[in-house]
Design a protein around this ligand. Structure first.
Ligand code: SF4
Length: 189
């Protein structure tokens, strides 16, 4: 038997007879443990982002291999979470990799009871038509006291928590440029 009990088959024996009495080191390791390679070690690169799920704003490291996300972990350099993520943030890889994710445009007509698939070009044209018409109909140059506001109260954006940090950044830019001032996200509600 090795001096530290490393050759014993059962973790509890390794813990009691070796030097790892608290069972937080070698006693808890097996050959299988030693053979496992973390996905983070095989990534090509690491991108930094912010967890989109809530207003805490934990920093994330996004591990990418062959341009696909292989793991998301807390960023130890973030002063907000110092490397930690809650269960929601830890599961955020599924936001982009889950097979359950919708990849087609779904549309339900006014008074419709069923969802329809739309092709992206048709959907984009419909959105553009409605945005331009609403902006035209509701544009306010001045408020009731004569102050210049140059805004529309007819358009609002409510983002979902599954939008990522970069998407939220672009949405805020776009809506503000259009004159909308009601821009909000579920994470802040
Ligand atoms: S959902 Fe969790 S990991 Fe994401 S920002 Fe909030 S506390 Fe952090």
């Amino acid at each position: 038997m090795a001096e530290n009990g490393a050759s014993l088959p059962w973790p509890v024996l390794r813990q009691l007879l070796g030097r790892d009495l608290l069972g937080r080191g070698k006693a808890a390791r097996s050959r299988r443990t030693d053979e496992v390679e973390p996905r983070t070690s095989t990534a090509d690169r690491v991108a930094h982002s912010v967890c989109p799920y809530c207003a805490v704003g934990c920093g994330q490291n996004i591990f990418v291999k062959d341009e696909k996300i292989v793991q998301i972990e807390g960023n130890p350099d973030s002063p907000v979470n110092r490397g930690r993520l809650c269960p929601k943030g830890s599961a955020s890889k599924n936001l982009v990799t889950s097979e359950l994710r919708e990849t087609k445009v779904r549309y339900r007509r006014p008074y419709g009871t069923e969802w329809e698939d739309l092709d992206l070009d048709t959907a984009m044209e419909m959105v553009v038509d409605r945005v331009l018409q609403t902006r035209r109909d509701t544009w306010q140059e001045l408020d009731e006291k004569g102050r210049r506001v140059r805004r529309t109260m007819g358009i609002a954006s409510l983002g979902g928590a599954t939008l990522d940090n970069e998407e939220n950044y672009l949405i805020k830019k776009l809506f503000t440029a259009m004159g909308a001032i009601q821009v909000e996200n579920q994470a802040r509600i």
